[in-house]
Design a protein around this ligand. Sequence first.
Ligand code: CA
Length: 227
Amino acid sequence: MRLLVVEDEIKTGDYLQKGLTEAGFLVDLARNGLDGHHLAMTEAFDLIVLDVMLPDVDGWKIIQSLREANQATPVLFLTARDSVDDRVKGLELGADDYLVKPFAFAELLARVRTLLRRGLNSALVEHMEIADLVLDLPRRRVTRGGNRINLTNREFSLLELMVRRQGEVLPRSLIASQVWDMNFDSDTNVIDVAIRRLRVKIDEPYSPKLIHTVRGMGYQLDILDDI
Ligand code: CA
C-alpha cells in the first residue's frame, strides 16, 4: 500500500513518514503543497494524508483538483483548528475523513486502515446489502425482500451513498455535493423530496425502516432498533 503524506511542518512530516513506514506502508512525503499537488495528480496512491494549511498550494486545492479529475483516492486531511467550518469544507470538497491536530499517531493509523478497507470494499464489492435490501452496483439494480425496485439514476446514487456510509449522519450539504454535484442552497427542498420518494420505494412497504431523519443534522441509513 502506497501512501502520500503532504505536510510542510518538518517534524510532523518526518514523524508521519517514520510511523507509517514502520506500520508497513510505502510512504512518499511532500513537504509543500506544490509537490503534493503534483504527486497526487500524477502518481497512484492508495491514500493521501493531507495537511490543509500549506504555504503555497493549500490542501483544499489539492482535494478539489483530485475530485475534479475523478480520482477517488481516499483523503484524510489534517486541520490545525478545531473548526466546524473547516471540517465541513473538507468533507464537502470530497475528502473522506479528517483529524484535528494535535492527534495521537495510533488514531491516525486506525483512520488510515479504516479508509483503506473501505476503499478496497468499494473497488471489489459488486453487491451491497443491508437487512433485505440488496444493491447490484454494476447493473444499478435494487431489490428488497427479493422484489425489484425501480429507481431513477439519481435515486440509485443517493441510496448507494447512504448504504456506503451506513450509520453516518449525512448532512444535506454533503448529499447535495455528492449526488447533485451542487452547492447546497438551504432554500431548496430537492434533497428532502428525493429522500421522501426513496422512502416510499424502499422503506414504506417493508420493515425494518432503514432511512432515518436526524433532526437538524441530516439523514442516516441504518438498521436501528424500532421502538
Ligand atoms: Ca501546515
